[in-house]
Design a protein around this ligand. Structure first.
Ligand code: G6P
Length: 609
């Protein structure tokens, strides 16, 4: 999961490539590089670290030229250093790659036997060497890439230039995203539309196994057997504003505060005063959902937590059996699929390798159909699903997911309501749940107003090494999501438990050094949760409780602290109580001085297994 940009233009392309890489840094940021072809020569600049480190080298010694490729890396094969940074070169060829080549070891051994000397530990350098070897037998760069693509196993998006073909870049994709930006007298390649929106809003989304050749005048697409293919040009609705940080200190903070609008957008034209509107899942969606007898939800990371909340909702209100599983487990397990089961993939990016592979695997397993809940309209997950419900969060740049989560919950709440109504949920109950959902943007806005209190609270965490998060019912996944946020960006070890499980192990960890964060909205489980909190208090643990209104929590916390949110309906409480946990993780990370938007070792879009 690296980021790729490439360009062919009349102007110098390096500044455009660097701007594109900055928009792609969410995909990886441990090293970066670019190569430009000018006057029959390829020159490159590479550096360990973020794009700005490479940019500094570039500015000290600019590379002019109108044909170029660039890359920001998240290491898979070989440590992050300059030698392993892309572009990789072999003879006349320079190449960037996102993905993993599974048969690189035998290919590398073969090339070494023929005398090729490798200078990096990457699988990528093997592709460059193969393209060079093909070119030395004659033929064009495009023909060489087509031949090499047929030999590769695994996942890749690549962009390649050759010293002998100025004004040409050849790209290819399989299992990793790549699209074409169509400009006026210039063409681009990028891992996503954000990378290119600063130069054009006209995009061609490549399909699996497409190979593309761009020049200043044209973008020609070919299938793997070398036949020309027609691919439509789409106008992207992204705006450059959507990817700017504005007055906020970090993208994560901006994205936390965008949630009322993002949730409102996700609800727009989908729910009205009388309930969920028809066919919001696509043509034939309502008919298919009416036949559903059970649901398997598959996702990764934060999206998996959203799926876990949905299980509580769908089982309670629609009375359908639901299972939720992380995609990397699901895809390799012999899953039993009862008749009438719907497969639901949840993914912010729509390109997560495990989720996509699980969805493809589901095709073999006899599901009634597939539904994608996703934030990126042209992504692979969306294109391959039967039904889709887009979250309308807008681009999420911060690696720690925030608005993607609450908009996923919003989409899943719509799904719950649709299924519940079809299965005869009592009308007044249905109307109440709809009203709750309609009020969600406002409720999130009120929760965001707690920021100053959360800032104060976050000081308690600066020197902590560990934290426990507790919740019950649909708040258990919220506790999981809160603990994930804290560990991702503040590097504090955090774990979440269903509060009732505390005494079966984690209680042994509780002492004065252990902050215990509890999510405690009102509801039938509140008294049970209070008893669990007493178990913590009795062992000297420091309680931090997010409670609804005056739920009598002050008395429960002892030397800890209770923070009050406005009471909200039980249905939307998971989305609302997520907000203070996001703010807590954010402010703890800011106090600890970590790299909030790009935490170490992580990447936003994990397009490798
Ligand atoms: C990565 C990101 C997470 C995200 C997960 C799943 O781990 O850092 O924020 O939740 O991938 O991504 P998806 O795009 O499929 O929701």
């Amino acid at each position: 999961m690296c980021g790729i940009v490439a360009a062919v233009a009349q102007r110098d392309v390096a500044p455009l490539l660097i701007a594109g890489l900055k928009a792609l840094e969410y995909r990886g940021y441990d090293s970066a590089g670019l190569a430009v072809l000018d006057d029959g020569e390829i020159r490159r600049v590479r550096a360990k670290g973020k794009v700005r480190e490479m940019e500094a080298l570039y500015l000290a010694d600019p590379l002019p030229g109108g044909t170029g490729i660039a890359h920001t890396r998240w290491a898979t094969h070989g440590v992050p250093n300059e030698a392993n940074a892309h572009p990789h070169m072999a003879g006349r060829v320079a190449l960037v790659h996102n993905g993993i080549i599974e048969n690189y070891a035998p290919l590398r051994a073969e090339l070494q036997a023929k005398g090729h000397v490798f200078t990096s530990e990457t699988d990528t350098e093997v592709i460059a060497a193969l393209v060079e070897s093909r070119l030395s037998q004659g033929g064009s760069l495009r023909e060489a890439v087509l031949a090499v693509a047929r030999e590769l196993e695994g996942a890749y998006a690549i962009a390649v230039i050759s010293r002998d073909e100025p004004g040409h870049v050849v790209g290819a994709r399989r299992g990793a995203p790549l699209l074409v930006g169509v400009g006026i007298g210039e063409h681009f390649l990028g891992s996503d539309a954000q990378a290119l929106i600063q130069v054009t809003n006209r995009m061609i989304y490549l399909e699996e196994d497409d190979v593309v050749e761009i020049t200043r005048e044209s973008a020609q697409v070919f299938t793997l057997d070398g036949q020309p293919a027609e691919r439509a040009v789409h106008e992207s609705e992204l705006s450059t504003d959507a990817v700017e940080r504005g007055e906020y200190r970090h993208y994560m903070q901006k994205e936390i505060f965008e949630q009322p609008r993002a949730v409102a957008d996700t609800l727009e034209s989908r729910i009205g005063p009388h309930g969920v509107l028809p066919n919001i899942f696509g043509v034939g969606g309502d008919e298919l959902l009416a036949k559903v007898q059970g649901i398997h939800i598959v996702a990764c990371g934060t999206s998996y937590h959203a799926g876990m909340v949905a299980r509580y909702w769908i089982e309670e209100f629609a009375r359908l059996p639901v299972s939720v599983e992380v995609a990397s487990e699901y895809r390799y397990r012999e899953v039993v699929v009862p008749p009438g089961t719907l497969f639901v993939a949840i993914s912010q990016s729509g390109e997560t390798a495990d989720t996509l592979a699980a969805m493809r695997e589901s095709r073999r397993r006899g599901y009634l159909g597939t539904l994608a809940i996703c934030n990126v309209p042209e992504s692979s997950v969306v294109r391959e699903a039967d039904l889709k419900l887009m979250t309308r969060a807008g681009p999420e740049i911060g690696v720690a997911s925030t608005k993607a989560f609450t908009t996923q919950l919003t989409a899943l709440a719509l799904l719950t309501l649709q299924l519940a109504q079809q299965r005869g949920l009592e009308a007044t109950r249905y109307a109440d749940l709809c009203q709750q959902l309609i009020s969600l943007p406002r409720a999130i806005e009120r929760a965001l107003a707690l920021e100053p209190q959360v800032v104060e609270l976050s000081a308690r965490f600066i020197h902590r090494q560990h934290a426990l998060f507790l919740g019950r019912g649909a708040q258990y996944p919220v506790a999981l999501e809160g603990s994930l946020k804290l560990k991702e960006i503040s590097y504090i070890h955090a774990e979440a438990y269903p509060a009732g499980e505390l005494k079966h192990g984690p209680l042994a960890l509780v002492d004065e050094e252990m902050p215990v964060v509890a999510v405690a909205p009102s509801g039938p489980l509140l008294d049970k949760l209070k008893s669990n909190l007493q178990e913590v208090k009795a062992r000297g643990g420091e309680l931090i409780v997010f409670a609804a209104g005056d739920a009598g929590m002050d008395a429960e916390t002892g030397k800890g602290v209770a923070l009050r949110l406005d009471p909200v309906g039980e249905f939307i409480a998971p989305a609302v109580f997520t907000i203070p946990l996001q703010l807590l993780a954010y402010h703890v990370a800011v106090l600890r001085g970590t790299d909030v938007d790009q935490p170490r070792n992580l990447a936003k879009s994990v397009t490798v297994e």
